[in-house]
Design a protein around this ligand. Structure first.
Ligand SMILES: [Cu+2]
Length: 305
């Protein structure tokens, strides 16, 4: 149980008011997305199917899909997909996605999610706990230094389940980002610094994991996150970019004291960078965009002494 004294409360009414002013003035969060990055959640048709083969040379997936009511009977087709989805694809994998025209007379799949019953069970179990824990927090309170990090389960850029339990035994750094963020001082800078920190930790002979939770789970599928991680040249062996049910992401955003608001064409958000020790306790937290890799490396070193 989380006692009140163990929870740091920083967001009093005045801070909230100031934040609202900043959000309105556009001083916080990310600048506008361009046309091509428009959310396409409503675009195309919902598809459920199974990957039969991965045609690497053509950059196509062969998928046997179920009937798409009012559009197409069940059949096997070849689809263009994003590079990250191509890399994650495995024959036999069941998927849900949206089918769209690719603009060249062919068909493409976007918003590809693996269908995996085992993973779904984990997600439900952990995120039910997360939801209860988030509800126990009084309005404006969140988990800070000294608190136990909340439970969660999400999918990483490889489509693998990442749970708070499986992360234990090793410290991990955690932050929030979204791939369409175009504000150089926000997510892109955070990701660059996390990538640098990953290298510094390795060079120091220390062992830690990295977790970046997307603020935009509807758009940021595992494949999109893989594109993103690869674009930053990030070693995915101990760095998980994670996504999953919107409700779980919302509970995590709240639990870690981050503000995130869907705006017309972007997500306005604040930042939190957190270091969690091998037992799941939060040992360092910063909400500054100017957090340094060195201060977090030092905090990790100190915790390992
Ligand atoms: Cu951002």
């Amino acid at each position: 149980m989380m006692s009140e004294s163990r929870i740091i409360s920083l967001m009093n009414a005045r801070v909230k008011q100031a934040l609202a002013v900043l959000l309105m003035a556009g001083l916080l969060g990310c600048s506008q997305k361009n046309e091509s990055q428009e959310d396409d959640s409503g675009e195309g048709y919902p598809l459920v199917g199974e990957i039969l083969s991965v045609l690497q040379d053509e950059g196509l997936l062969e998928v046997r899909h179920e009937e798409i009511a009012g559009y197409m009977p069940a059949m096997t087709m070849r689809f263009k997909v994003a590079p990250g989805d191509m890399k994650n694809a495995k024959p036999g994998q069941k998927i849900r996605a949206r089918l769209i025209r690719d603009g060249e007379g062919g068909f493409a799949l976007v918003k590809i999610w693996p269908i995996d019953e085992e993973a779904a069970k984990d997600l439900e179990k952990f995120n039910d706990r997360l939801q209860k824990q988030a509800k126990e927090l009084d309005s404006g309170r969140y988990y800070g230094e000294g608190d136990q990090s909340p439970d969660f389960a999400l999918l990483d850029q490889f489509g693998k389940t990442v749970t708070s339990d499986r992360l234990k035994g090793k410290p991990f750094f955690l932050n929030f980002i979204f791939t369409r963020c175009t504000d150089a001082q926000m997510c892109p800078l955070s990701t660059s610094k996390m990538a640098q920190l990953q290298l510094m930790v390795k060079e120091s002979g220390l062992d830690a994991s990295f977790v970046s939770i997307t603020l935009d789970p509807e758009f940021d599928t595992p494949g999109i996150l893989r594109n993103y991680a690869d674009a930053y040249g990030i070693d995915g062996s101990n760095y998980h970019f994670v996504t999953g049910p919107k409700s779980a992401v919302r509970d995590l955003v709240r639990s870690f004291g981050v503000t995130s608001m869907d705006n017309v064409d972007t997500i306005m958000h604040s930042l939190a960078t957190v270091l969690i020790d091998e037992n799941g306790a939060i040992i360092k937290r910063s909400e500054k965009s100017a957090w340094t890799t060195l201060e977090f490396l030092e905090a990790l070193k100190k915790s390992q002494e």
